[in-house]
Design a protein around this ligand. Structure first.
Ligand code: PA5
Length: 299
């Protein structure tokens, strides 16, 4: 998994994806046209694609409302859905995709295979990695190229994701202390991904607090170490909220450009740092026995 993170740039999709303008599914016609609402369904390491698209669409003012779906149940209407599942077998994602199709909503799958790839809907197959969370570059860029094709959105395609040992070491120290990760709404997806990596790779349990809401409750109870996330690209109101938090409570500040290159470069370091923490604790970063056992126990 360390090798995957170190070589993330190799997995970036750098060219347009092939998608039809319309397709038939169970006798019904679905058109892949721009819709005001974009639903992105997916769980865990695949679900983060939706979280990051929501961050990016907010920061760069993309022409749709990004709605993240992390459940079996889907009751939305009028939109377009991306269903992202690394394995293609995650029951919540498949169930949500089927519900969207029943509601007449076009669905596009992003996966390495599994049941999702066999549904008979437009599918972008991405290369495998050592774990779903390590396949973020290919899943995220597959989703972004899909959005370029349908909505014409612009995004950067980084030529490299340079590694900085000092940043990785800082992250080892900061995340190893099980911090509260504090981020504004515009960076919420990024903050959750950091938490999830600490959960799955390092088997640690940091938490996330989102601003400005956390200034109306959490701030009074806050006691442990703080990892604060900010960016030159987010609104001034959000940057001020992060700065005031650190002024009051202190904390380690990480500044991340909210570009595809900036996000993936930072998350590459988070991946490497959480693997390093796992190895230092004598834990296998790849194994997720509780997640596997839960999936086994589901009906
Ligand atoms: O990183 C992981 O292994 C998990 O978070 C999975 O991504 C999650 O359980 C969903 O599975 P999948 O990505 O195959 O849809």
């Amino acid at each position: 998994v360390l090798d995957d993170y170190l070589n993330w740039e190799r997995y970036l999709i750098r060219s347009e994806v092939d998608l039809p303008e319309e397709y038939q599914y169970q006798g019904r016609l679905y058109r892949l046209a721009p819709a005001d609402r974009l639903y992105i369904a997916g769980m865990g390491g695949s679900g983060v694609v939706g979280d990051l698209i929501r961050d990016l669409s907010f920061v760069w003012g993309w022409p749709f409302e990004a709605v993240v779906v992390k459940d079996y149940f889907f009751r939305g209407g009028d939109g377009l859905m991306l269903a992202v599942s690394y394995s293609g077998n995650t029951v919540e994602t498949i169930t949500a995709a089927a519900a969207a199709l029943r509601r007449g909503m076009p669905v596009i799958a992003i996966t390495t295979g599994g049941k999702l790839a066999e549904m008979g809907i437009p599918t972008i197959k991405v290369p495998k990695a050592s774990a779903p969370r390590a396949a973020l570059p290919q899943m995220l860029t597959a989703a972004l190229w899909t959005l370029r094709k349908i909505y014409g959105v612009n995004f950067d395609t980084p030529s490299s994701l340079p590694y900085d040992e000092r940043l990785a070491d800082r992250l080892v120290k900061t995340l190893g202390a099980r911090p509260t990760i504090v981020a504004p709404v515009s960076m919420q997806g990024l903050a959750y991904r950091v938490k999830n990596e600490a959960n799955e790779n390092a088997k640690l349990d940091p938490s996330v607090e989102v601003l400005p809401e956390a200034h109306h409750n959490w701030i009074e109870g806050a006691s442990g170490p703080i990892m604060a996330m900010t960016s030159p690209d987010i609104p001034a109101e959000h940057r001020t909220r992060v700065r005031l938090t650190v002024d009051l409570l202190s904390g380690e500040v990480f500044e991340v450009p909210m570009t595809v290159g900036g996000i993936l470069t930072f998350l590459k370091h988070v991946g490497i740092a959480t693997v390093k923490i796992a190895l230092a604790r004598g834990i296998d970063p790849l194994k997720t026995p509780r997640i596997d056992e839960l999936k086994r126990r589901l009906p």
